[in-house]
Write a protein that binds this ligand. Structure first.
Ligand SMILES: [Zn+2]
Length: 215
């Protein structure tokens, strides 16, 4: 039985793919394009990472589209203006309903391909309403009912801290992951909220950070 994984190309989702492969799972990675300004860089890195991680149990990446320009309009995630910086609070990176949209689209994909499990990688202490255990449980029920299909939503890292997750991925080529809100070309900016969080994660886990940052 396959398990689909919502992969953004960031640290948590690629470590989740590795974690599931290590457990002997057949993994179907899914990337969903929403129109964010970092997607070109993110998708490029994700493909590089998956190429390096290639095993028989890792299925070819599926890319789906879910344009959000009409929803988010002048949001920084689409315009690149007023992007949350290094000192911004983590709550500023909230994208309304992002997990609702992603899981909704991925659920239909799973049901039509007869994949009964969908995994994603939110961590402990995620402050957003659509990353809480109760939300995932409700959406699992709603999706299963709506699609008349038994779908389980799996969040194996929901009880883990960033440090614990980094430890799981310690030996992976983590420099190939991508987590930046304001890329300079295909590189991390080094200054945004996500780049700051990324640098801290490497530091806390005592893993050398060889990411090429623009700043
Ligand atoms: Zn950045």
């Amino acid at each position: 039985m396959k398990i689909a994984v919502l992969a953004s190309g960031g640290l948590d989702s690629v470590i989740l793919i590795h974690y599931l492969l290590k457990k002997g799972e057949r993994v179907q990675p899914i990337y969903i394009k929403m129109g964010h300004i970092w997607e070109k860089a993110e998708l490029r890195r994700l493909k590089q990472f998956l190429k390096r991680a290639q095993t028989r149990n890792l299925k070819p990446l599926v890319t789906l589209s879910l344009p959000t320009e009409d929803l988010y309009q002048h949001h920084w995630s689409l315009t690149g203006k007023n992007t949350p910086g290094a000192k911004s609070r983590d709550t500023r990176v909230y994208l309304p309903g992002k997990n609702l949209l992603l899981i909704g689209k991925a659920s239909v994909f799973c049901a039509t391909r007869r994949i009964h499990r969908l995994a994603l990688g939110p961590l402990k202490n995620n402050p957003f309403p659509d990353a809480r255990p109760s939300f995932f449980k409700c959406l699992e029920q709603v999706s299963s009912k709506a699609l008349n299909f038994n779908l389980k939503i799996k969040t194996p890292f929901l009880g883990k801290s960033k440090e614990e997750v980094m430890a799981i991925g310690r030996n992976l080529p983590l420099h190939l992951t991508f987590s930046c809100l304001a890329p300079k070309g295909l590189h991390h900016c080094g200054r945004c909220n996500k780049c700051t969080e990324r640098k801290k994660a490497f530091r806390l886990a005592s893993i050398p950070d060889v990411t090429p940052y623009a700043h």
